[in-house]
Design a protein around this ligand. Structure first.
Ligand code: COA
Length: 375
């Protein structure tokens, strides 16, 4: 293979085939197994979408009930997991807690030959919120919470565990839609990472742990946290505009804008989450954060021709759902585990180990000098 095939960041390189989603495809846009993201966000629930991704089709009523029941049953944590979560530092980043929790669960409930990989996927889908919120409440108020709630949906359950009370219907549905939007996005960095790990025939937990580590960075999942830090820095839209203008002039990146695939086009998920952020702001009676976000969006579009990605308006939406900023990226994990799992399963079906080559830029071949002769 010649060096001319080199593409930094693998931009534009087809690294595999998938039947799970299309991203930015002409005349098609973003689809999960053929369904448009707009239809799913408007008419589906996260559980239906997770079933679609994991099991390949939208569930009928009976399948959905059975899927929901399995997820509810699998919310519990083994005692060993609770003691590990108690040992982790209170100051740990929540993404590190999930990464550790995922890896630890792999030692307690390892994937075995008889263990259906979809069972592992459903277990992780069901218990990630329990892991994070058990750790959170233990370290913030020394309480060993029960990780049960009367909530049927994952969205309601995670908000209920976090807030220690039922969320509003608006918060519950906003979160449900957000989980749908975050559930899957083709060969993004974390999914690719999961597939690379799966391609070595490693175990399911290993692949998901790799993916969590990859998602954590601010150029990927961590962008929603950085977007929140940005918009909460200013008291007014005017103040935000002059500060962000100065950041752009200094060549700084504004987190929550730009995308490798949606280069100069709209991320179709962005207007959907923006609507929910607006509804949540209106219901809260305080439009400040939303107005600041809108002003930054307009400025970055005018100055750089860049559109917001899903992470930008997720920031005010999550804030208005009562989610602490360091938990924004973990919520992304709660959703994306559905997509990662679908990709791990797909990778295993037609596996070939990933092993690209590098364009060597180091020294020419040279003579080896024994230690005593080196200058
Ligand atoms: N703010 C300001 N400028 C940005 C920008 C941003 N968020 N994203 C891209 N640009 C600019 C770059 O500075 C670069 O400008 P230049 O050509 O004058 O040097 C140009 O747009 C291309 O950016 P590049 O970083 O090469 O694009 P990429 O395809 O490699 O990266 C992202 C894509 C998503 C990593 C990038 O847009 C980014 O860092 N965004 C912020 C992080 C983020 O929101 N991530 C979540 C993605 S869903």
């Amino acid at each position: 293979m010649s060096a001319s095939t080199y593409s930094p960041g693998l931009e534009g390189i087809v690294a595999g085939q998938t039947g799970i989603s299309t991203v930015g495809k002409e005349h098609v846009g973003l689809t999960y197994r053929g369904y448009s993201i707009n239809d799913l966000a408007e008419m589906s629930t996260f559980e239906e979408v997770a079933h679609l991704l994991l099991h390949g089709h939208l569930p009928n009523q009976e399948e959905l009930e059975s899927f929901r029941t399995r997820l509810i049953t699998r919310r519990c944590l083994p005692p060993g997991m609770k003691s590990i979560l108690e040992q982790l530092p209170a100051a740990a980043h929540p993404m590190d807690v999930l990464r550790t929790g995922c890896s630890a669960l792999g030692t307690m409930e390892p994937e075995t030959g008889d263990n259906d990989q979809k069972q592992v996927a459903e277990r992780l889908l069901a218990c990630f919120p329990s892991m994070l919120l058990y750790w959170h409440h233990y370290h913030t108020c020394r309480e060993r919470i029960t990780v049960r709630s009367a909530e049927q949906s994952l969205a309601g359950h995670l908000l209920h565990l976090l807030l220690r009370q039922p969320p509003t219907d608006l918060q519950r549905r906003a979160m449900d839609v957000s989980l749908i939007l975050y559930a899957e996005h083709e060969f993004n960095a974390s999914t690719f990472s999961a597939r690379v790990t799966a391609s070595t025939l490693s175990d399911f937990y290993g692949a998901v742990t790799s993916a969590i580590g990859t998602l954590r960075g601010p150029l990927h999942g961590g962008a929603n946290e950085e977007a929140m830090r940005l918009i909460s820095r200013y008291a007014t839209p005017e103040e935000a505009e002059s500060a962000v203008r100065a950041m752009l002039a200094a060549g700084e990146k504004i987190m929550g804008f730009g995308h490798r695939v949606y280069k100069k086009q709209l991320d179709p998920r962005s207007p959907i989450i923006q609507q929910w952020a607006q509804r949540l702001a209106e219901a809260s009676g305080d439009m400040t954060l939303y107005r600041i976000s809108e002003r930054i969006e307009r400025l970055v579009r005018e100055e750089k021709g860049l559109y917001p990605n899903l992470d930008f308006y997720s920031a005010p939406a999550y804030h208005l759902c009562g989610i602490p900023t360091p938990m924004f990226t973990p919520v992304f994990v709660f959703a994306r585990i559905a997509g990662w799992s679908a990709h791990i399963i797909e990778q295993r079906l037609g596996n070939r180990i990933f092993r690209p080559v590098a364009d060597y830029t180091g020294p020419e071949p040279r003579e080896y000098l024994p230690l005593e002769q080196r200058p």
